[in-house]
Design a binder for this molecule. Structure first.
Ligand code: BGC
Length: 748
């Protein structure tokens, strides 16, 4: 029996490369360089550094601005020759030679596309996430991109919101760990490394809680919710050394983030000590006029800069109005100087002044075998087995396979949202991979039936049914096209679109074993289809290497290990639905009568007066942290190092994890805690640790988590972050609803 001490994914221990940079450089040489340069700059040049333009393709206009020192950063310029040419103008032809910062949204890969971030989060493997970000950084920096707008670490509890695809899901701890891992991957060992790209923690803050899941909407988060649930991933990103932050589009409690000094100054600068720079989201400063928060662009510029937004993305209110605002004493020169300091500090830290150009002659790093292998590993670990009646893995008695559905061979769609630079031609689909990797073992009949996921034309379903009848097993690839999730791509209904459900039904009616593979940008309400299928594998949008990853999973060369990073609702009307909610005064007993059993003319109080839906019941379709394997696991012998702890103590949690099945597999063991009574109501459970454990059939490992009691702290009734003494329950288990438990106390 092996003993494993888990500390690799413990936030408490995050040691930050970025922080080391910051420590060495703060107050040191770099600060001196910043001050020297700042002292030489005209006001126009300072404001120029605060201006980010989008590459317009109009070289003449861009050149004019760059030469005058009126551009600090360019976004969306990815042609290395042009990047070098524009940089040369900044370095050699502007008065002070300040290099440009070239930016691009490299969200889940540059050329080699990794699973969407929500998929990566399902791996519960920060190493996979870090590796993905590193690959992205290497590829992107090779064409001159030195700044990405990721990680997106908005807590997302509403799958109607298209941007849930870009997030790490609903949980604060998981998002904190994954976000920090992404920062580490993007920024590498040092910002100064030419393969490092700046991370940007976004969207600061609360954007995931937009009303009704409609993008750009208002949020109404209290300070306590912000501090307990929404801010921690950003604090973790700061600790990991994230060089930049982006202010979000939403207004929270009436204040747009781009003019919110509480989050940008009090929290970010004063409490967390962030010394990088803050960029607005795309035109979010100007849009404060639409919000009705500012009367005009000038007021927007004033409110944003005074709140602490250092650089403006594309909307020119700073360029057009800051000078005048200074003359009118509405903005001080010190405010401008501070913003420019923040920007220059990062440019110096990156070594951009010493190394502004890229080596156009270096061999290409795009789609290298290592990059593809990392993308395949990520896609493998991101897939979640939601149901299996032993139809999977496909066994050797299967000779003919029917491959159907609109996502079986949809290379563009499987890359998902924010894959601007990924190429369809380089993307390996499940159909291609099944043929390539398993075509010698099985005969494959392909009948897509629907040409895209919204296709309502049922004409060709009969062809798929005929294929199914000829086959030993049916693999149905359904889901969402890439365009159906991401920014501004929200949905009010989360059922499978088009005639996909009809297709599943028709296939199920053939009586052939049916495996449904879902490739989507969000959790969909697929209860019906799950019921009709023998097995369901949920792969989100798996990226470039989705094909081979899924093929190997289906054939058992790999064993599924992903877990839901977000609760899957049965019905959209249950949203928001997340595991770590507070308890009500009347939690459901689960014995209540549901819709179909309510008697006609039943009395008002006959249902029990508890918290549930008469039609959707009590539970989600799949809880947070859920995912099956081809093998099974048993948790046993949970022990805590004591029954009482002081707030400064450490809880050592040990338990045995046994593989009780027939396959070697990897289980994501999860540790949850409940603080039973607080000065404010507390969540019914909170994830505090997780780890991936690989076990051979029959093997048992003794797992140990170290949990500092400090990590049980929360923002209490006095808005102080404290550990309150009292009773706690702790669980270890396979998902947020199952597990073995032990109680402990925290004493003064
Ligand atoms: C998005 C950001 C993105 C920016 C730049 C905005 O519309 O909200 O997430 O980084 O555009 O492309």
């Amino acid at each position: 029996m092996k003993r494993i001490l888990v500390f690799s994914i413990c936030l408490f221990f995050i040691s930050s490369v970025g922080c080391t940079d910051a420590k060495n450089l703060k107050g040191g040489q770099i600060e001196k360089k910043v001050e020297d340069l700042l002292s030489k700059m005209t006001l126009e040049e300072k404001i120029g550094q605060m201006n980010q333009i989008s590459s317009s393709g109009n070289l003449e206009e861009m050149s004019r601005l760059i030469k005058k020192g009126e551009v600090g950063s360019i976004l969306n310029e990815i042609d290395p020759v042009r990047v070098n040419a524009l940089q040369r103008l900044a370095v050699e032809e502007s008065r002070l030679g300040i290099p440009l910062l070239i930016a691009r949204d490299v969200i889940h890969g540059f050329k080699t596309i990794f699973p969407i971030p929500l998929g990566q989060a399902a791996s519960f493997n920060p190493q996979i996430v870090e590796d993905g970000a590193r690959v992205a950084a290497k590829e992107a920096s090779s064409v001159g991109i030195r700044w990405t707008f990721a990680p997106m670490i908005d807590i997302s509890r509403d799958a109607r919101w298209g941007r849930i695809a870009e997030s790490c899901g609903e949980d604060t701890y998981l998002t904190s760990v994954m976000g920090a891992a992404m920062v580490k991957g993007f920024q590498g060992n040092s910002l100064n490394d030419p393969t490092s790209i700046l991370a940007c923690a976004k969207h600061f803050v609360g954007y995931g809680a937009v009303e009704g899941g409609r993008d750009y909407n208002s949020t109404h988060l209290t300070e306590r919710q912000l501090r307990n649930d929404y801010l921690p991933p950003f604090e973790a990103a700061t600790k990991q050394g994230a060089a930049t932050f982006m202010s979000s589009f939403n207004d929270n409690d009436g204040v747009p983030s781009s003019a919110n000094p509480f989050i940008l100054k009090t929290v970010l600068r004063n409490e967390w000590g962030f010394d990088g720079f803050v960029v607005s989201d795309w035109a979010s400063i100007k849009e404060m006029v639409n919000h009705g928060f500012c009367a005009n662009d000038k007021e927007s510029a004033m409110k944003a800069v005074n709140a602490g937004v250092d650089m403006e993305m594309v909307s020119y209110t700073y360029m057009n109005h800051l000078k005048e605002l200074i003359k009118e004493n509405k903005v001080t020169e010190k405010t401008i100087d501070d913003a420019v300091r923040n920007i220059l500090r990062i440019k110096f830290r990156m070594g951009l002044f010493d190394n502004p150009y890229i080596n156009g002659k270096a061999p290409s790093v795009m789609y290298s075998p290592e990059n593809l292998a990392a993308a395949k590993a990520a896609a493998t670990q991101s897939a979640i087995l939601l149901k299996n009646d032993n139809t999977l893995p496909i066994n050797s008695s299967v000779k003919t396979i029917a491959v159907v559905g609109p996502m079986a061979d949809a290379p563009y769609e499987q890359m998902g949202t924010w894959a601007f630079d990924g190429e369809k031609a380089k993307t390996q689909t499940p159909l291609q991979s099944l043929k390539q990797l398993y075509g010698d073992k099985v005969q494959i009949i392909y009948e897509p039936a629907l040409s895209y996921t919204r296709d309502k034309n049922t004409e060709n379903i009969s062809k798929a049914v005929n294929a199914a009848k000829k086959a030993d097993i049916v693999l149905a690839f359904v889901g969402e096209e890439a365009i159906l999730s991401g920014e501004a791509h929200c949905l009010a209904d989360l059922h499978l679109l088009g005639a996909q459900s009809d297709l599943i039904k028709a296939l199920a009616e053939t009586g052939k074993p049916l495996v449904t593979v879902v490739m989507a940008g969000r959790p969909l309400t697929i209860g019906k289809e799950v019921e009709m299928s023998n097995s369901v594998l949920y792969s989100f949008h798996p990226g470039t290497m989705g094909g081979p990853a899924i093929a190997d999973l289906l054939f058992g060369k790999s064993v599924p290990s992903g877990k839901t990073p977000v609760t899957f609702p049965k019905e959209v009307g249950q949203i928001p639905l997340y595991y770590n909610h507070n308890n009500t005064g009347r939690p459901a007993t689960k014995k209540e009568t549901l819709l179909d059993n309510i008697e006609v003319g039943a009395g008002q109080t006959s249902l029990g007066c508890t918290s549930f839906y008469m039609d959707a019941g009590f539970d989600p379709l799949f809880p947070f942290g859920y995912g099956l394997s081809y093998t099974t696991y048993k948790y046993n012998n949970l022990k805590l190092s004591a029954t009482e702890f002081t707030p400064k103590g450490q809880i050592e949690v040990t338990f045995d994890l046994k593989n009780t099945g027939k396959y070697e597999g990897t289980e994501v063991a999860q540790l949850y805690v409940r603080d039973k009574v607080g000065s404010v109501t507390r969540p019914v459970k909170e994830l505090k640790r997780f780890t991936r454990v690989t076990l051979k059939p029959g093997e048992t490992k003794n797992i140990s988590f170290m949990l500092p009691v400090e990590e049980l702290a929360f923002w209490n009734i006095d808005m102080k972050k404290v550990v309150e003494p009292g009773d706690f329950t702790l669980w270890v288990g396979t998902n947020s609803q199952e597990g073995i438990s032990a109680d402990f106390k925290v004493v003064e």
